[in-house]
Design a protein around this ligand. Structure first.
Ligand code: NAP
Ligand code: 8YV
Length: 326
């Protein structure tokens, strides 16, 4: 029987505290700050697993000769050089499904806050201005809006179901149409932006979607347009978005993710027609615990059985993982 406590696992210090405590209890956890330099030589030679969120580049993987598995905290793994991991025969896992509802709830909340200006209305009350006059009627309403989802995957579908229940028509753009939904499919992002007035981004980051929402797409969304992004900040050309919001090319935006987190451009911060959240879509304690449990379960399953519960698709497609077990 494998003794998990004897298996050295590299753990990012900033891991969710509940998960960090459990990892330390279960494994021979070696903490680091995400950089190669912060890993003592003895740990570099020993570690067989990694529990991490964010960036895992080739240099980090190559500094760890015994590494077998990267268990990533988060469903989006655009920070992991998966091609390199595959070339080294490493297992890579992420945390799908357990956060779908939380992130979809946030997307809907962000949309309502953006369209109905609730954060600004709340400030009106807290700052004592209600006694001198009602908050102005909002020019926007969710009524009559048409929703376009870029990325109708696990989370995108949960967003679609919620907004369908709100009585709104749903269209979407993926690289391929889904065969299990009746929502209208648009073959390009431009087609989708032209067809709707509310664009919700729930696609993955990475080279393929980098700045896909550019000035052209924002122009196509139009002057009544609302952009909601809970996918990745890199998907939106932030400079173009600021210009579109300043000039009225689109009406408003609600953003949970940014291109260079935690830095948000000053011009975006100054805009009254943008609602900005600090990447909190999955950030309830319960959901982060569920994500952490999946990080742990993937490591435990790997070291016990040589299988993972939620391998990323690229690893499954490659079909080869080197398992160096004793
Ligand atoms: P998923 O099930 O894999 O869904 C991703 C969807 O995006 C799929 O429908 C996919 O369809 C589509 N897609 C992929 N590449 C595309 C492209 N180049 N152009 C258009 N569509 C594309 O993933 P998920 O679990 O729903 O998560 C989606 C993303 O949400 C994550 O990758 C992450 O970046 C983000 N996220 C953010 C937060 C947050 O805290 N804000 C939390 C969780 C997740 P095709 O393969 O047919 O293109
Ligand atoms: C987390 C996310 O905020 O799962 C994702 O892709 O973006 C979020 O759920 C992040 O991964 C935790 O650091």
């Amino acid at each position: 029987m494998v003794q998990l406590k004897e298996i050295p696992v590299l753990v990012h210090r900033r891991t969710n505290p509940d998960t960090l405590a459990r990892l330390v209890e279960l494994f021979d956890a070696r903490l680091f700050d995400g950089t190669v330099e912060s890993i003592p030589q003895a740990d570099r030679a020993a570690v067989r697993g990694m529990a991490i969120m964010g960036k895992v580049d080739a240099a980090l993987m190559d500094a760890l000769p015994q590494l077998e598995i990267i268990s990533h905290f988060g469903v989006g793994y655009d920070g992991v050089d998966v091609a390199h991991a595959v070339s080294r025969g490493l297992m890579v896992t992420n945390t799908p499904d357990v956060l779908n509802d939380e992130v979809a709830d946030t997307a809907v909340g962000l949309l309502l806050n953006t369209v109905r200006e609730f954060p600004t209305a709340e400030r009106h009350l807290r700052e004592g201005r209600w006694t001198s006059g009602a908050y102005p009627l909002t020019p926007m309403t969710l009524r009559g809006r048409s929703i376009g989802i870029m990325g109708l995957g696990r989370i995108g579908l949960a967003v679609a179901k919620r907004l369908e229940a709100f009585g709104l028509p749903i269209a979407y753009h993926n690289r391929k149409p889904r065969t299990d939904v009746a929502y209208r499919y648009l073959p390009t992002l431009k087609d989708l932006a032209e067809a709707v007035d509310t664009l919700v981004i729930v696609a993955p980051g990475g080279a393929e979607t980098d700045r896909a929402v550019n000035a052209d797409i924002l122009q196509a969304l139009g002057p009544n347009g609302v952009l909601i992004n809970v996918g990745r900040g890199t998907i939106v050309d932030e400079e173009a978005l600021v210009e579109a919001l300043e000039s009225g090319t689109i009406r408003a935006a609600g953003l949970d993710v940014f291109a260079r987190e935690p830095h948000v451009p000053e011009r975006l911060l100054a805009l009254p027609n943008a609602v900005l959240l600090p990447h909190v879509a999955s950030a309830s304690r319960a959901t982060r615990q569920a994500m952490g449990q999946l990080v742990i379960d993937n490591l435990a399953e790997w070291f016990a059985k040589g299988e993972a519960i939620t391998p990323v698709p690229e690893v499954s497609a490659a079909g080869h993982v080197d398992r160096k077990r004793d």
